[in-house]
Ligand binder design. Structure first.
Ligand code: PLP
Length: 364
């Protein structure tokens, strides 16, 4: 019999092989002309994003429900965009699977539920310069990119998804003039879809402002395009420490060997990683999935930070779970798993009221 540690190692290698085989199968079916080197190149991945219903229909086995929504782009709340890498995760799921729900359009996106708004967080009202949102006294949010590697159907900023961001000059000038701001969260869109030089010019400008103590980057790229986390990118990022990254993993199926390796490269460079997830109906709103997601993140060196109750963005009610479900899951997690694995449950109040904790603290 194998010792336990050898057995675990074999299991891990087996999982890695299975994952790679799965990606190869999708590559052969959907991108038969692509080489392994191209697949590993983030520029190739971005250029070959799946953007149309026709392409998706060729590449995935779709359910009737998925096909109906794909056939009616007029009902979509935002464009379709999926990297070939992430498509390989969708291909591994049955039709209507959890990750598919977050990436494929749904006919209910056209429906505005009571209380929903286009700008659910009132960011337009809190904009102090183009692309700079200040909703809190000492921290600000810089929308540095319009594009994302993949477009999540539950996006808060669907109204601007894929559009070019405003030039950052005015935002940077505002930050220089406002010494109250000690923390800047660089988000978008996804700032890691920018090229190294473009991103570095922003980080350098922020670092040159003496009162900006902390820089944070909000990104889903380690989940949707782990190939982007190149040694060159990491060498650049580490120059701007203290720099923290808020990642966005939502389901354990995203915790692949490539995603783990991307996180490892960032951690090795001294960049702390936290995760923000969203409570999504029929995607991750169960105890079993939340435990696997957050324990898996800890294994990868990522601290679960926030679990967001879905905000009231228009056309997202079919993906929104309930606050009581989130509370129940977190309460059960507290006794069951490592305390580090339990995120804070947050709700971003509509109209720019700011984030408030919904638990688990204090809930009996
Ligand atoms: C969420 C958010 C932040 C960062 O909030 P933390 O709770 O510190 O992570 C900053 N600015 C805006 C406008 C935000 O929505």
């Amino acid at each position: 019999m194998l010792p336990v540690w050898q057995y675990r190692l074999c299991m891990k290698m087996d999982r890695q092989r299975t994952e790679l085989r799965r990606q190869q199968a999708l590559r052969r079916r959907a991108f038969p002309e692509a080489t392994a080197a191209q697949w590993a190149d983030w520029h190739w991945q971005l250029r070959h994003r799946v953007r149309t219903a026709e392409a998706l229909d060729r590449m995935l086995d779709l359910s009737a429900r998925e096909r109906r929504a794909l056939a009616r782009p007029a009902t979509w709340r935002m464009p379709l965009g999926i990297t070939p890498y992430y498509l390989s995760l969708l291909a591994a799921e049955p039709p209507d699977g959890p990750l598919r729900r977050t990436m494929l359009p749904d006919l209910r996106e056209a429906h505005m539920a009571p209380g929903e708004r286009l700008d659910s967080l009132g960011e337009a009202a809190h904009q102090v310069a183009p692309g700079l949102v200040r909703s809190y006294p000492r921290k600000a949010l810089l929308l540095a990119a319009g594009d994302c590697a993949c477009f999540c159907r539950y996006c808060t900023r669907a109204r601007t998804a894929g559009q070019p961001p405003p030039a950052p000059a005015e935002a940077l000038a505002w930050l220089r003039r406002n010494p109250a701001i000690r923390d800047v969260l660089v988000s978008g869109g996804d700032p890691l879809t920018l090229g190294d030089a473009r991103l570095e010019s922003i980080l350098k400008a922020l670092r040159s402002i003496p009162h900006v103590e902390l820089i944070r980057i909000g990104t889903k790229v380690p989940a949707t395009l782990p190939q982007r986390i190149t040694p060159a990118l990491v060498r650049m990022l580490r120059k701007y420490r203290p720099l923290w990254l808020s990642l966005h993993f939502i389901h354990p199926a995203e915790l692949t060997p490539q995603a783990a390796a991307a996180c490892r490269r960032l951690l090795d460079a001294g960049l702390p990683l936290v995760n923000q997830t969203v409570l999504l109906r029929n995607v991750n709103d169960s105890l079993e999935v939340m435990v696997r997601l957050n324990e898996g993140l800890l294994q990868m060196g990522v601290k679960p930070y926030y679990l967001h109750q879905g905000d009231l963005a228009s056309g997202t009610s079919h993906l929104r779970s309930t606050a009581s479900t989130g509370r129940r899951i977190l309460r059960k997690m507290c006794g069951l798993t490592t305390g580090y694995a339990v995120p804070l449950f947050m709700f971003d109040r509509p109209g720019g009221g700011g984030k408030v904790p919904l638990g688990p603290a204090g809930s009996p």
